[in-house]
Design a protein around this ligand. Structure first.
Ligand code: ADP
Length: 421
């Protein structure tokens, strides 16, 4: 195994895996630390954790467990994938986890770089920009769990770390790998353990990739991954190829975000076969919602022989509010996630082998219900959203596209099936 990655959340893991695949690395993403065996023909593995906002001690424990497994399968380099908006608080978890991984790897220096210019994340003079504004002026300022009120990442990371934090300035990054390495040597002499790195373009990430070739640990967002495949002399040709699927096609959507509402509307208005779930019927105590699930399956089964079917709870903000007022927000969320997960299993058992799931939480529920242990990354549908193929679990292999809320254009659902055809 060439590259072993530890990602602090699921959709971030997919984003990273997608970048590696596009760079020519055959990549598998696992759901937590795997228990089973991985396929042999894989260059990179991304272990998806849920450690971004748990207490630091727990994040360290999860990350070290993942590291142990990655060391067991003999990865040449370790990548700790953090959020491209550096989501964290003064209590962690980026600093504490990075230091714990460094100690476990016997590594005396690493970088920390969330830059991903293609997604509008750039770092200059140690300051992170989101689009055209500094991090602390972006929406991240009001994040409910990790409000980011300082764009200066040297300061942000220093508050979370015992060791000293420094900066690899744009002047060195622009001059190339040798200048970056010289700067690293200087920083090491000055006692720096981790350096934030400036990067404002993909060219910067390519230069950085060459410079960190021999670094045992890289801490970064998913952008830095663009520069790593070039270090491994791979033949990029078929990294994203998935087996051809011949079964039925379906979409389950539990996302109520603006983009997903537009995608459901587009699919329906283009004549797609779609059926809305009724959350209130799902809550019917006497049948535990089973009747509504059965009705949906009866509707879908004959249709999916000839066309993709869409089953959705997606609704506009007013409808969501009225459902929440009736059922409670958390209860409604859990109820719908369980129902959609059950429907997804029913669809797969009825012959669906190409399944799109819209919604981050909804995707988590579906993957768990299907018992998927890992996913091989395939071709990209939209930025950050690839097709994947399930690995492990009790059911047959299924092509899965897991789309979190605001990803994808209006025609995402129809475009996705075309990408796989
Ligand atoms: P996103 O990625 O868009 O945030 P998620 O699946 O992560 O989507 O979250 C959507 C949440 O809203 C889920 O918990 C889901 O069960 C819930 N939900 C879906 N449809 C409705 C609805 N009609 N009313 C209330 N809650 C809903």
């Amino acid at each position: 195994m060439l590259l072993g990655c530890i990602a602090d959340d699921f959709t971030g893991a997919t984003d990273l895996a997608n970048n590696l695949t596009r760079g020519g690395m055959r990549t598998v993403q696992t759901v937590g630390v795997p228990r089973g065996q991985l396929p042999d023909d894989v260059d990179a593995v991304v272990v998806a954790l849920k450690s971004r906002t748990v207490p630091a001690a727990e994040a360290i424990a999860q990350s070290l467990a993942a590291l142990k497994w990655l060391q067991y399968i003999d990865c040449k380099q370790i990548y700790f994938k953090v959020c491209s908006t550096f989501d964290s608080t003064p209590a962690g978890n980026i600093g504490p986890v990075t230091e714990a991984l460094m100690q476990a790897l016997g590594c005396d220096f690493t970088i920390a770089c969330p830059a991903f210019p293609a997604a509008g994340r750039t770092v200059f003079k140690g300051n992170l920009f989101v689009g055209d504004v500094p991090l602390n002026e972006s929406g991240m300022r009001h994040h409910p769990l990790t409000p980011m009120t300082d764009a200066n990442l040297v300061r942000v990371l220093q508050a979370q770390m015992q060791g000293k934090v420094g900066l690899i300035d744009y002047a060195d990054v622009a001059r190339g790998p040798q200048a970056i390495r010289a700067r690293i040597a200087e920083l090491k002499l000055a006692g720096v353990k981790v350096a934030i790195v400036d990067a404002i373009s993909n060219d910067d990430l390519m230069r950085l990739g060459l410079a960190v070739r021999d670094m045992p640990l890289v801490t970064a967002g998913s952008g830095v991954a663009i520069g790593l495949p070039q270090n491994f002399s791979l033949s990029a040709a078929n990294a994203a190829t998935l087996p051809r699927m011949k079964g039925h096609r379906a979409i389950v959507s539990g996302s109520c975000s603006v983009a997903t509402n537009a995608q459901v509307a587009h699919f329906t208005s283009s004549g797609g076969a779609a059926r809305a779930l009724d959350p209130v019927k799902l809550a019917a105590i006497e049948t535990a919602g089973e009747a509504e699930i059965e009705r949906v399956m009866k509707w879908a089964t004959p249709l999916m022989a000839t066309q993709p079917v869409l089953i959705y709870s997606t609704a506009d903000p007013a409808a969501v509010l009225s459902t929440q007022a009736l059922l409670g927000a958390n209860q409604a969320g859990t109820l719908i996630e369980h129902a959609l997960a059950k429907i997804a299993c029913g669809l797969v058992d009825a012959g669906v082998d190409q399944l799109i799931v819209a919604g981050g939480e909804t995707s988590g529920a579906v993957v768990q219900a299907l018992g998927v242990e890992a996913m091989r990354i395939g071709p990209q549908i939209a930025p950050g959203v690839p097709w994947t193929m399930s690995v492990g679990g009790k059911r047959q292999a299924v092509a899965l596209a897991l789309k979190s809320g605001n990803f994808g254009a209006d025609d995402f659902f129809t475009k996705a099936f075309r990408v796989l055809a």
